[in-house]
Design a protein around this ligand. Structure first.
Ligand code: FES
Length: 326
């Protein structure tokens, strides 16, 4: 069960390899007006994984472009199948996509902005950097990558930002020290972050450790990153013998809804919390991959965002949907 989402047919116009593992896709909807969209916007793309229809959410790269929507996809061997599907597409392929939407509200009135990207998390940050430079705001981008060879959009960002781009390449010993970075920022600075879950956890701790208000750290993450490897796990329904296996390429939300449980959802990115369901027992470990619950709520393990979070072992949940209604 989902709130209204507008899908539109589109064509994959061209692809471009930005690194050995990151490919850019230019997608042109049949009806396209090139209208501006907010920083941090993403589109959903209809994909097919093991013969099943699924959707994947990708951040738009850069500000509005008259040639179409630009996304970049990292080919992840441990992915749930979305990146494999995207990488096998050739120009001319037909796709269904949604119109851009964003849950990232940015206060543009600050004097100082600190952008932080980890790996493929650079995708929404490119547009933020462009918008801030256009506004003549004070901005620095810290881009953490394994190596420069793995980094996307480096040349573009270097031309845009000059020495305000700081690359932290781990193969050059360039570790990003978030504690030192956040402690050094001016008091009114706003940080925009996008990166994997572990890095986000570190960023939140460093931000609070620097005595800064958490609302001044805005973030995006991607639901495919967690603390545990992406593996199959089992979900048991409270008060019944019903048990589901959640394969590595599908979400708990999709499996429950395919079985008629009508779990509500909206973003499917771990951001809105609408898909949260009650957890009544954990035999194993939950891997919370959402950015909706607080650290404290995640430790309590009383709820799980079914769209992105996963587990090891077996968890028992209460979907509040009764068997005689299915
Ligand atoms: S649908 Fe938004 S957090 Fe799951």
């Amino acid at each position: 069960m989902r709130f209204i989402e507008t899908w539109t047919p589109a064509t994959l116009v061209e692809t471009r390899d930005l690194s050995p593992s990151i490919r850019e896709f230019l997608i042109l909807p049949d009806q396209f007006d090139g209208a501006a969209y907010p920083v941090g916007s993403h589109i959903n793309v209809a994909v097919t994984i093991n013969g099943q229809p699924e959707t994947r959410s990708y951040s738009l790269v850069g500000e509005a472009d008259p040639s179409g929507f630009r996304i970049a996809v990292r080919r992840a061997e441990d992915s749930r199948g979305g990146s494999r599907y995207m990488w096998q597409l050739a120009p001319g392929a037909r796709l269904d996509v949604t119109l851009p939407s964003s849950l990232l509200a940015v206060d543009w009135s600050r004097k100082h902005y600190c952008l932080v990207a980890g790996g493929i998390g650079i995708t929404p940050i490119v547009g933020a950097a462009q918008a801030l430079v256009r506004r003549d705001a004070g901005v620095t981008l810290h881009y953490a990558v394994r190596s420069r060879r793995d980094a996307a959009y480096l040349d573009h960002l270097a031309a845009l930002l000059g020495d305000r781009l700081v690359v932290h390449a781990s193969d050059e010993g360039g570790r990003l020290d978030l504690d030192a970075l956040f402690a050094s920022l001016p008091p009114d600075a706003l940080a925009l972050f996008c990166g994997p879950m572990r890095m986000l956890d570190a960023a939140r701790h460093a931000w609070l450790g620097a005595g800064r208000p958490l609302p001044d750290l805005r973030y995006e993450t991607f639901g495919s990153s967690g603390s545990l490897p992406t593996e199959a796990f089992r979900v048991r329904l409270k008060g019944s013998d019903v048990e589901f296996e959640i394969p590595r390429e599908r979400s708990m939300l999709d499996v429950l809804n395919a079985a008629g449980h009508e779990v509500m959802y909206d973003c499917k990115r771990g951001e809105c919390g609408l898909c949260a369901i009650d957890v009544v027992d954990v035999q194993g470990e939950i891997d919370h991959r959402d950015v909706f619950f607080s650290d404290h709520q995640k430790q309590e393990n009383q709820k799980i965002c079914a769209c992105v979070s996963r587990a090891r072992g077996t968890i028992t949940v209460d979907t509040l949907h009764r068997a005689d209604a299915i």
